[in-house]
Design a protein around this ligand. Sequence first.
Ligand SMILES: [Zn+2]
Length: 163
Amino acid sequence: MAVIPIVCHPHPVLGQKAKRVGNINGSVQRLIDDMVETMHEIGGVGLAAPQVGVSLRVIVIELPGEETLALVNPQIVRRSGERQVVEGCLSVPGYRGEIKRAVKVVAKGLDRHGGEVRIKGEELMAQALEHEIDHLNGVLYINHLESPDKLSKLEPGAEVTEI
Ligand SMILES: [Zn+2]
């Protein structure tokens, strides 16, 4: 496994629609392993493949104290509710933004062995699923800001959940 450098805005790969994975082979599984190691190293709660420069539909999420989730070709099948969140992104370092996210999300996709999985997420899990699947569609949280004043620089020492 290896830690891969994070690609930051405005790198073009972050604005592209990532390709569907046709066949979950060893190189896709290695990518998942490397993404998990990278996420652990930098301390985010999730990572999408475009953030490590790979334009494929692969995401990993690990909420504090919970199991690692890896999803290939994920898609949101249902969202409900709305809440205001303060969000950060590993690919937009030093900033945080106030945006709206769903309260509950249902997503489906494939696990690392190609098995179909369906995930129900609430709150931070729902936020992470929306954030990472947005990455696969070339969308960053800064694209959801209702106005520029909803984006602010992180004060030194301040922390925000980075996804
Ligand atoms: Zn992000």
